[in-house]
Ligand binder design. Structure first.
Ligand SMILES: *Cc1c(COP(=O)(O)O)cnc(C)c1O
Length: 402
């Protein structure tokens, strides 16, 4: 069988065998409803509360500040709409960035349609927001700042500690989508001045369909899902016990492995980036050169169509992504790549490699060898390559700029 190498860990991760093992009893034997008073119910309840502790410890929170949801998308909705509805009498202005995940952007778009005002902050060519511009945007009407911890496409890490500091000075609530950073870089809600934080199970080697919204005790939100009053009334519905238990285990493993994982990934990422930039002409790194996720390498290649690149790599058993998983089935160029100033052709010639805990040095060497070969072959048959090449390279201003 052909070797298969998974390098699309920003889209989802392989569930850890220890996580599966932790979940199995909750499918097979511990199937009680966590609200029931009998021993079956208590077993399920205890599973959930252990998971709550495991997640709280991963991000420096208290257990009562952790709410389980159906995933990152729901947590983003719950935070943003929850604050908007709760504090609408205080103000109707929300600040976010142009490079947020659709779960944030579309929620903000929706809120605009029901009378809120949203500022979408631009980013620089590396994908960083500007703290001074942010500060200037805050008005008496501002109730929420929601800016992601790290971008899921280009891997740029935003200055959330400073953002939180300014938010608090101005009396504004701060939410961050930390789906891509939790488990990869240290995330401590106290140190980073975070009031609300989103994380997702399947991005940290846990199960799909389960996530968390951290909410600081002193901050209130309007619940979105009404019913039997589960999760302290914040999120009704019988709990996804196996999923929650799995997320708890994944959080515990992430906490224990973070220093090793992060160091190992950084080495592999840098090897990947160096080989590509050195061995493929007219290749460029998208995102910030240093303030980036330890597992993210995002490139653009002149004269290449991202889709063809993904399919050719797939033929070699390598799973990567063009743009982002969410936009790769649409024809529109990624909103993130447009926001960092790429044109449509450049955006379509981009490739995201997101490494994972299971990738080895051999995987990276094989993927780089394959990428070099595939890019050269695609360029030979590309109408975009050749004549346009000199201008493409010149207009990029050279590699050093990146
Ligand atoms: C994957 C992702 C989400 C969505 O999480 P789901 O659990 O898949 O709903 C939200 N934000 C970011 C940054 C992501 O990468």
């Amino acid at each position: 069988m052909m070797k298969r190498i998974y390098m699309d860990n920003a889209a989802t991760t392989q569930i850890d065998p220890e996580v599966v093992e932790a979940m199995v009893p909750y499918f097979k034997y511990k199937y009680g409803n966590a609200s029931s008073l009998h021993s079956f119910g208590r077993e399920a309840y205890e599973g959930i509360e252990k998971a709550r502790k495991q997640v709280a410890e991963l991000i420096g929170a208290s257990q009562n500040e952790i709410t389980f949801t159906s995933g990152g998308t729901e947590s983003d909705n719950m935070a943003i709409k929850g604050i908007a509805y709760k504090y609408r009498d205080r103000g109707k202005h929300i600040i976010t960035s142009q490079i947020e995940h659709p779960a944030v952007l579309e929620t903000c778009n929706f809120l605009e349609s029901v009378g809120f005002k949203v500022t979408y902050l631009p980013v620089d060519k590396h994908g960083l927001i500007d703290i001074e511009s942010l500060t200037r945007c805050i008005t008496k009407d501002t109730i929420l700042i929601t800016i992601m911890h790290a971008n899921n496409e280009i891997g740029t890490i935003e200055p959330v500690r400073e953002i939180g500091e300014i938010a608090h000075e101005m009396g504004v609530i701060f939410h961050t989508d930390a789906v891509q950073t939790v488990g990869k870089i240290p995330v401590d809600v106290e140190k980073l001045n975070i009031d609300l934080l989103t994380l997702s199970g399947h991005k940290i080697y846990g199960p799909k369909g389960v996530g968390v919204l951290y909410k600081k005790d002193s901050v209130q939100i309007q619940p979105l899902i009404h019913g039997g009053g589960h999760e302290r009334g914040l999120r009704s519905g019988t709990e996804n016990v196996p999923g929650i238990v799995g997320l708890g285990k994944a959080a515990e493993l992430s906490k224990n492995r973070l220093p090793d994982d992060s160091a190992k990934l950084t080495v592999l990422r840098d090897r990947f980036i160096n080989r590509v930039l050195n061995e493929i002409e007219d290749s460029f790194l998208n995102g910030h050169p240093t303030k980036r996720l330890p597992n993210n390498a995002h490139f653009r290649f002149s004269g290449i169509e991202g889709e063809s690149l993904i399919l050719s790599l797939d033929d070699k058993g390598i799973a990567a992504s063009t743009g982002s998983a969410c936009s790769s089935k649409k024809l529109a160029p990624s909103h993130v790549l447009m926001a960092i100033g790429l044109n449509e052709v450049q955006a379509h010639g981009s490739l995201r490699i997101s490494l994972g805990r299971n990738n080895t040095k051999e995987d990276v060497e094989y993927a780089c060898d394959s990428l070099v070969e595939v890019v050269n072959r695609l360029r030979e048959i590309s109408p975009l390559w050749g004549k346009g090449r000199v201008t493409a390279a010149a207009s990029e201003g050279g590699r050093s700029e990146d």
